[in-house]
Design a protein around this ligand. Structure first.
Ligand code: FAD
Length: 413
């Protein structure tokens, strides 16, 4: 019987383990924490958004420049397969109003418990408090147990699924980057993704508007050419967060890099009325009654709420344009200067990771035949909406298939 060592007990690793065990491989999973799947379980706290129901073409665009690499993996194990898998585990799913898919229980715990018991039935051994450290000179993985004793593991095939570096106390802390780089594997810097942005709001603005939503706005990163992102954003004491902010992440990081090297600030432009163009806004704003204060004018003419008006004032240093054309232009692109992202340990996911050029079409490391990688440790990113977990599962299945193909090939030990 062939043996497989899976390192990392998150969704990518456990799904690779399940796929390998179903094919009759003797699988051991090593998880450094006392229990596996901590990030998966945390994801379930706000309602486990496991995948998305949108059609294949828009679904794929969520993976940006990695879409071509991920496309076949979604064919292999896509959103419908993931939903069927949940149902088989006794947790059917439903499509929420935004097209996001959730287990009916909404939480992750019942699904995860059923999954662990299935893995047990399939004969998968789960070694907890079992941490991969590096490789020994013969290329074997070195595993440390809870007491710190280290041993080399003999295995026919290895799948690494160590995650990124966000929420490090849950297990994935990016410590793997060093040893992988030492072996010559190209790893792009790990950076926060799906993360809030820092803004130096004035004290007055924070006192009044921290915690308030900006409803149905459209966000663009000035000069980036990236598609505007629409949805509800949330103002915080230290900046701004929410779906469209997270979805602007890659463009923001690029603009912050440019700001650091060239000095031009990173500016997020907030369109407060994305359903009206500047000309429509201007025409409405021209109907100002002489006695109207600025707030009344903006509320009556274009329906802005106090938070939106507060943001206009903040952007303009307190004063507001009095002329309709100027005001329309400001409403369409309120400039908000971004000073930084929030730190990676508060990010929902990680951008960067093992470069695609380092793996073959089966997710096997070119420099280490028989060693596969899956999940967030690879260099891809996606917005929230179920795309992260979906890709982690799909990559787990894909890497396991690759491992099986390799085990059956002449190259295998
Ligand atoms: C607050 C929050 C909410 C989220 N909500 C959603 C959501 O609703 N929908 C969605 O699609 N995604 C969501 N995500 C993202 C999703 O959880 C991740 O994309 C996904 O868990 C990545 O899976 P993975 O298996 O690649 O990595 P991980 O889940 O991070 O698993 C990696 C595992 O490897 C272990 N490990 C690391 N190093 C070692 C080592 N040296 N030895 C042994 N084990 C090791 C870790 O302990 C961990 O268990 C959320 C994330 C967060 C933080």
């Amino acid at each position: 019987m062939s043996t497989a060592t899976v390192i990392g007990g998150g969704p990518a690793g456990l799904f690779a383990a399940e796929t390998l065990a179903r094919a009759g491989v003797d699988v051991t999973v090593h998880e450094r924490k006392p229990s596996p799947g901590r990030r998966f379980l945390l994801a379930g706290h706000g309602g486990l958004n496991i995948t998305h129901s949108e059609p294949r073409a828009p679904f794929l665009t969520r993976y940006g420049s990695s879409a071509d690499r991920i496309a076949p993996m979604l064919e292999r194990f896509g959103p419908d397969d993931l939903r069927a898998w949940c149902a088989e585990l006794g947790e059917p799913t439903f499509v929420g109003s935004s097209g996001r898919v959730f287990p009916q229980a909404f939480r992750a715990t019942p699904l995860f418990r059923a999954w662990l018991s299935r893995l047990g039935e399939l004969g998968v051994r789960l070694e907890r408090r079992s941490q991969w450290c590096e490789w020994d000179p013969e290329g074997r993985v070195l595993i440390a147990d809870a007491t710190g004793n280290t041993r080399a593991v003999e295995t026919d095939v290895t799948v690494f699924a160590l995650g990124g570096a966000s929420w490090p106390h849950l297990g994935a802390d990016g410590a793997w980057v060093g040893p992988f780089r030492e072996r010559g594997v190209g790893v792009t810097e790990l950076r926060p993704a799906n993360v809030g942005l820092r803004v130096a709001w004035s004290d007055v603005f924070v006192e009044r508007f921290a915690g308030a939503p900006l409803k149905n706005v459209s966000l663009s990163v000035r000069g980036s050419g990236a598609a505007p992102q629409r949805g509800d954003a949330m103002l915080t004491r230290t900046g701004i967060e929410g779906g469209p902010v997270y979805a602007s992440g890659a463009a923001v990081r690029a603009a912050l890099d440019a700001a650091a090297s060239e000095g031009a600030p990173c500016v997020l432009e907030v369109d407060l009325r994305p359903d009206l163009d500047a000309d429509q806004l201007r025409r409405r704003l021209e109907r100002r009654r002489p006695k109207d204060s600025a707030s009344t004018w903006l509320r009556r003419a274009v329906g802005l709420d106090p938070t939106s008006i507060g943001l206009l004032r903040e952007a303009d240093g307190g004063a507001l344009p009095t002329e309709a054309t100027e005001m329309a232009a400001l409403i369409k692109a309120v400039p908000v200067t971004i000073t930084d992202t929030m730190p990676i340990d508060r990010a929902i996911s990680t951008a960067g990771g093992i470069a695609w050029s380092e793996v073959d079409e089966h997710l096997m490391l070119r420099r280490m035949p028989g060693t596969f990688v899956a999940g967030e440790m690879l260099d891809w990113e996606a917005p929230t909406g179920g795309y992260l977990l979906q890709a982690s599962f799909s990559m787990g299945a894909w890497a396991a298939d690759g491992a099986l193909a390799w085990l059956g090939s002449d190259a295998a030990p």
